[in-house]
Ligand binder design. Structure first.
Ligand code: ZN
Length: 440
């Protein structure tokens, strides 16, 4: 007998049916559960809290207008705890308002925002914290109902993720990293997350809070991990596919000791060289503004390539040539035309196959060549001594940043002699390249 082809549809539906039941809870009761830890808002595959106060204010206003709130999806674990599968942004917004504070550190009082209030009659509420509301208004918020759908079945990670990603096909699309986070949540991702969350890493990388919300920091660690696993020679753009391939291949890896060790090795080496300027690209000046310097902005392309290339050297090897290598790398970043091109911000997505490979290769060759040399006797402290009168001998203007000072062509031998009394003239890195042009 040939089965009716649509039979398989029914079979599939039966075996994959997601069992649910509906419930209604008041905000008071949900908030109570949240405070006792019985309602878990932070399920791992969800995106980070990203609403701002204006949006949260608008939600409070909707509640006061008795606008039905969108359904919240919850899963109950065996220990009876409720886990929010979808609805985190809404619930947290209300909970934060009732709790009184916006930020995580309970420093910033959450007051309703002007631009979140649309109904004129509600204008007296602008700037009011929850505690400043009249009792009657407070109880309207507390007694509002939230419709809940409970996933009524034992824990199945796939089901939760499936529900989460399907109901999230709606308004704000998930960013790529958030999507990967929900699709491939597992031991590997957890391990990468814990790397990204280390305070010493966060402190140096110092990405903006808004980027953190989109899991930008986690993406940086994943980028390193993918290059670590595959090597840059195998890289094939676009970057997003490269990253997704890595995470799906290693999804269930529990042992990432090698990766972790390489990550910290690279991190320590880079920070040993550049300190707070790590993972920024030193830039040289221009004709109009000859001063070069360090930008504050984190540069993903510098991050992944420096981390990867330097991770192959021990701390001791870097320590031995620290000053020389630092000076050489700054000069390389600032003046190597090829490297400047392949790290240009328009290539930030790291998507182009040949440009990306070239970036790693250029840096690798440069670092390897420096590590072959003896240290040249260059000492940062000698440079500091000489930098007392930081006037550029080409443009005659002040050199603002010592890292931007380079000995004028022809005086380079100084750097192998280590003699502070051997007079040397400095110039801007930019002016040096200008000087070269003039002499040629
Ligand atoms: Zn100059």
């Amino acid at each position: 007998m040939i089965k009716d082809s649509q039979e398989s549809v029914f079979e599939y539906m039966l075996s994959h049916k997601i069992h649910t039941k509906k419930d209604t809870r008041s905000i008071r009761s949900l908030y109570g559960e949240y405070c006792t830890g019985n309602l878990v808002v932070d399920t791992p595959y969800q995106r980070n809290f990203r609403w701002n106060r204006t949006k949260a204010t608008r939600l409070i206003e909707s509640i006061l207008l008795n606008v039905p709130l969108p359904v919240v999806y919850i899963w109950t674990s065996e220990d009876g705890r409720l886990h929010v599968v979808d609805g985190k942004q809404r619930l947290l917004s209300v909970f934060k308002y009732i709790g009184g504070y916006w930020g995580e550190d309970a420093q910033e009082v959450f007051r309703l925002k002007r631009d979140g209030i649309g109904v004129e009659a509600f204008f007296p509420l602008i700037g009011k914290s929850y505690n400043e509301l009249q009792t009657g208004i407070k109880s309207i918020i507390q007694n509002s109902d939230v419709q809940i759908i409970i996933l009524d079945e034992p824990f199945r990670k796939e089901v939760q993720r499936e529900v989460f990603s399907r109901i999230n096909m709606a308004p704000t699309p998930l960013k790529e990293m958030e999507m990967r986070n929900s699709d491939y949540y597992g031991p590997y991702l957890q391990a990468l997350k814990s790397l990204a969350q280390q305070p010493e890493y966060q402190k140096i990388v110092a990405i903006k809070p808004i980027q953190k919300v989109a899991m930008y920091d986690l993406e940086q660690v994943l980028r390193f991990a993918a290059f670590f696993h595959d090597g840059y020679q195998q890289y094939k753009g676009p970057l997003n596919n490269f990253l997704t391939a890595d995470i799906s291949k290693h999804q269930n890896d529990e042992d990432i000791d090698d990766l972790r060790a390489a990550f910290w090795q690279g991190f320590r080496d880079v920070v040993l060289l550049f300190g707070v300027h790590s993972f920024r690209r030193f830039y040289q000046g221009t004709f109009e503004h000859p001063d070069g310097g360090w930008p504050t902005e984190f540069a993903p392309l510098i991050h992944e390539s420096f981390l990867y290339i330097l991770s192959r050297y021990t701390t001791q090897e870097i320590e031995q040539r620290k000053d020389m290598l630092r000076e050489a790398l700054i000069h390389f970043m600032a003046t190597n035309e090829e490297f400047i091109q392949v790290t240009a911000s328009r290539n930030n997505a790291s998507s182009h196959t040949t440009i990306t490979r070239a970036r790693f290769r250029l840096l690798e060759r440069f670092v390897d060549a420096q590590m072959q040399k003896d240290d040249g006797g260059y000492r940062q402290e000698d440079k500091e001594l000489l930098f007392d009168i930081p006037v550029c001998s080409v443009c005659k203007q002040t050199i603002k940043h010592i890292d931007d000072a380079t000995p004028l062509i022809g005086k380079k031998e100084y750097w192998s002699q280590r003699l502070p009394e051997n007079a040397v003239s400095f110039c801007h890195r930019f002016c040096e390249s200008g000087a070269t042009l003039n002499f040629e």
